[in-house]
Ligand binder design. Structure first.
Ligand SMILES: NC(=O)c1ccc[n+]([C@@H]2O[C@H](COP(=O)([O-])OP(=O)(O)OC[C@H]3O[C@@H](n4cnc5c(N)ncnc54)[C@H](OP(=O)(O)O)[C@@H]3O)[C@@H](O)[C@H]2O)c1
Length: 260
């Protein structure tokens, strides 16, 4: 099976580092032109240069805080002008917002919805005319395994992620007649810059590598995943190889989730 994204344009939010950057690299290596969105332009430029140098693909980063829908709409217009029809949208930007229910403020809940849910919906709405016109589209919504089985203390992120899976299902049913396939990927524990933050917060009496090894032990596969392993699954879903797959939420977690 040959996975090719030739003649496709992929837009990836949160594309400057971590899983988003790994997807950018994999998509570009598979032939796509790649648009990366994130807030920090310098990091975007560095990612775009690295991916373009490694793959020869057209890659560009656009600064955009996806929580601000005015910025999303302005960037979309720029992207369409420079890249034409975007037919692969990956909603990946996010962070891990956790708060006990008892003290969870409405502002914190709203901020999580603004970051993870509203821009994902808006970007798909913006992409729809182009995808419908060519009767081909792919949407990948990145959520987490807690969306299906939330551990204690994981609001608001798991609430928003659960809504992300439901949004995926609704979109998949409405858009399937136009050959626009919508799926979610549920992240378990996968190495990225986010993990440096966890290490610094936990302040364990061990090196970063020892910490990562320790955190990987309870996972059935015995280790934390690599961003490239995640990007491989995303690349499959973005391709024609996944032509009859829509409305699913796939765990990419080395067996960690208690549910399918
Ligand atoms: N890695 C894991 O183990 C794990 C586990 C569960 C869920 N996830 C989810 O998977 C996704 C990717 O995770 P990751 O580990 O690659 O995270 P990461 O290394 O922290 O990268 C997050 C990316 O999102 C961008 N971003 C954050 N807020 C943004 C905003 N308001 N507007 C635009 N871009 C924004 C960041 O760039 P700027 O800061 O420059 O904007 C960065 O490019 C996230 O949604 C994360 O919550 C990851």
């Amino acid at each position: 099976m040959l996975i090719s994204l030739k003649n496709h344009v992929a837009l990836i939010t949160g594309g400057s580092q971590g899983l988003g950057r790994a997807m950018g690299m994999q998509f570009a290596a598979s032939g796509a032109s790649v648009v990366l969105l994130a807030r920090r332009q310098a990091l975007l430029d560095e990612a775009a240069q690295e991916i373009a140098a490694a793959t020869g693909a057209k890659v560009k980063g656009f600064a955009c805080d996806v929580s601000d829908l005015n910025q999303v709409e302005a960037v979309w217009a720029q992207v369409e002008k420079e890249f034409g029809t975007v037919d692969i949208v990956v909603n990946n930007a996010g962070s891990s917002a956790r708060n006990p229910i008892e003290t969870l403020s409405m502002e914190k809940l709203q901020a999580d919805i603004d970051l993870k849910l509203k821009p994902a919906l808006r970007l798909v709405q913006l992409a729809l005319p182009g995808m419908k016109a060519q009767q081909w589209g792919r949407v990948i919504n990145v959520v987490n395994i807690g969306a299906k089985a939330p551990p204690v203390g994981t609001a608001p992120t798991c609430m928003t992620r659960a809504a992300g899976i439901t949004m995926t299902k609704v979109m998949s049913k409405e858009l399937a007649p136009d050959n626009i396939l919508v799926n979610a990927l549920c992240v378990g524990q996968i190495m990225s810059e986010q993990w440096v933050g966890y290490y610094e917060k936990d302040k364990p009496d061990m090196t970063f590598d020892e910490y990562v090894t320790m955190r990987g032990k309870p996972i059935p596969m015995g280790r934390i995943g690599q961003a490239e392993e995640f990007a491989n699954v995303a690349c499959f879903l973005a391709s024609d190889a996944a032509s009859y797959v829509t409305g699913v939420a796939i765990n990419v977690d080395g067996g960690l989730s208690p549910v399918t």
